[in-house]
Ligand binder design. Sequence first.
Ligand code: HEC
Length: 175
Amino acid sequence: MNIFGNGTARIFSILGLFIASALIIQCNSQPGEEPVSEQPQQAAQKAKQDTPELADAMGQLQYYTHKYALALDARNHELATFYFHEVRAAADGIIENIPGYEGYDIARFMNLFLSPTLEPVETALASRNWEEARQRTIEMVDACNSCHNATSHGFVKVTPGFSDNPYNQDFSAPE
Ligand code: HEC
């Protein structure tokens, strides 16, 4: 007569499998497996992850600038105001999080070129002065390009992109 019941035998075989796999894992993670030469590379990689890429942040700024311009073009006050808020937030985020990049004082350049152009847009938009807002928006985009020139990125030429809608989104103002 089997002193172990069927269930007990199963528990022992599961336990055996567990011990075997634990041993395999243990053997595969012997010390000295990780080459020491990989450490500086890993540190550099981590630093890169911690520092936001300026190009990514600029891409965000471009995205919201374009959506704002499309909403402005459609004279959709609520939507244009919403996107302009995002433009400002993206610009503020760059000043705060990426104050320096490739030796350029990005925060200073942002404040010098872009910041003075934001308020006039906001004022014109708030009073629904569409023509004025459009003109001030063109000046704001000019400021983007002036800064690109000043930071050796003059080849990045942005435009307002009025009436040039690549998005699966309807910008028209509600009736
Ligand atoms: C501080 C000055 C400065 C201002 C102001 C500025 N940019 Fe940039 N922009 C840069 C720099 C520097 C780069 C290159 C970043 C890099 O090398 O990673 C760049 C890159 C870009 C790129 C290329 C990245 C991409 O996603 O395609 C776009 C687009 C862009 N900027 C849009 C804008 C827009 C739109 C504005 C204005 C609303 C603006 N920038 C204002 C300095 C500026």
